[in-house]
Design a protein around this ligand. Structure first.
Ligand SMILES: NC(=O)c1ccc[n+]([C@@H]2O[C@H](COP(=O)([O-])OP(=O)(O)OC[C@H]3O[C@@H](n4cnc5c(N)ncnc54)[C@H](O)[C@@H]3O)[C@@H](O)[C@H]2O)c1
Length: 323
């Protein structure tokens, strides 16, 4: 039987930071469907208005789409009245981090700090913080579980770890109910397909336009994919049951090579695109094997384990956007 992760009746008003982004907008939709009042907070540095447009039409006043930078605490404070749960998805992403690491530190660490202070001061009941598998750095063992040492090797990983550490400190100092989610490669509709986007979006866009695809390295590198709806449901489960100060890996266990993805997508598009190979990106990780035991022990069941089906849904969405 399908599990029910509804927050209806448990929480009434949610903030989703990064609500116009990929995972954020999918989560906003699901919370609205549950009947919650939702405030999306996004500065639109990467988020897209189109990700929330249909939701504004469907849900009217139930959704507030705020244009607000999480590093601006004064502006941020105006949205916290009556909020009982925060899902902190906003981030400065890996690709941006390389260009402007200080901005990245400001958003991922100081922005998180602002949110935690406001959540504490307004007695928010639950703070779900989103982090990344990049906090582990180079995996010392497989499957990588939450006890693995955290030694990030990128600016992004360091700034995200700083955010995590603030979350733990607030749980410790103020007994705040916080939980941390470490995502890996999330895929699905609404993911950014620009230069700062994920590989799936970039390949879909190129194949739909019948442009050539570029793989960095030999394409045998593996990614650990999780469909966005599973990630949304993990957020909701953790809002209900997540342990105070606990971190949870979010990875379904699906392992797919970059070569496979490129081939499947060009086939779906019926494209004649060539697949070109370029130099490896520095620090690219060749394999992932991630433990999801802890989130399953909390009662989570991954529903979207058919990669081709998830890929088709994702492709269909890009097809609508780019045709
Ligand atoms: N997508 C993945 O595969 C993946 C993997 C690991 C971790 N994550 C984490 O998941 C979360 C969501 O990622 P996503 O893939 O949806 O990315 P995304 O870029 O689509 O969403 C992030 C959103 O944050 C917004 N944002 C950035 N800076 C902001 C600021 N200063 N104030 C307000 N909003 C701001 C962006 O405009 C964007 O809409 C992030 O915390 C990211 O670190 C994602």
């Amino acid at each position: 039987m399908k599990k029910n992760y509804s927050l209806n009746g448990i929480y009434h008003k949610a903030i989703v930071t990064g609500g116009a982004g990929f995972v954020g907008s999918n989560l906003v939709e699901s919370l609205l469907e549950d009947g919650l009042e939702v405030i999306s907070i996004d500065d639109y540095s990467a988020g897209k208005e189109r990700n929330l447009e249909d939701l504004k039409e469907r849900f009217g006043d139930q959704l507030t789409a705020a244009n607000c930078d999480i590093t601006n605490k004064k502006d941020l404070a105006t949205y916290f009245k009556g909020v009982d749960v925060v899902f902190h998805q906003a981030c400065s992403k890996m690709t941006i981090c390389l260009k402007d690491p200080l901005r990245d530190l400001e958003v991922n660490a100081a922005g998180t700090f602002n949110l935690l202070e406001l959540a504490r001061d307004t007695s928010v009941k639950k703070f779900v913080h989103v982090s990344t598998g990049s906090v582990y750095g180079i995996a010392q063992y497989f499957p990588t579980d939450e006890k693995h040492p955290v030694n990030p090797t990128s600016y992004y990983g360091v700034s995200k770890l700083a955010g995590e550490k603030y979350v733990r400190a607030f749980a410790h100092l103020y007994d705040m109910d916080t939980s941390i989610l470490r995502y890996y490669h999330v895929y699905g509709p609404k993911q950014d397909s620009g230069d700062y986007g994920g590989v799936m979006g970039i390949f879909c866009k190129q194949a739909i336009k019948n442009e050539d695809l570029t793989i960095f390295g030999d394409g045998t590198q593996i990614r650990s994919f999780t469909y966005v709806k599973d990630v949304v449901n993990i957020n909701k489960l953790v809002a209900l049951k997540g342990g105070k100060g606990e971190a949870y890996n979010c990875a379904s266990g699906l392992k797919v090579s970059i070569n496979d993805i490129a081939q499947k997508i060009t086939k779906m598009a019926g494209a004649t695109s060539k697949i070109n190979y370029a130099d490896w990106k520095p620090g690219d990780i060749k394999d992932f094997e991630v433990s999801h035991q802890k989130i399953e022990d909390l009662g989570f069941e991954f529903e979207y384990l058919d990669f081709d089906k998830g890929l088709q849904k994702t492709f269909d969405w890009y097809k609508k956007v780019f045709s």
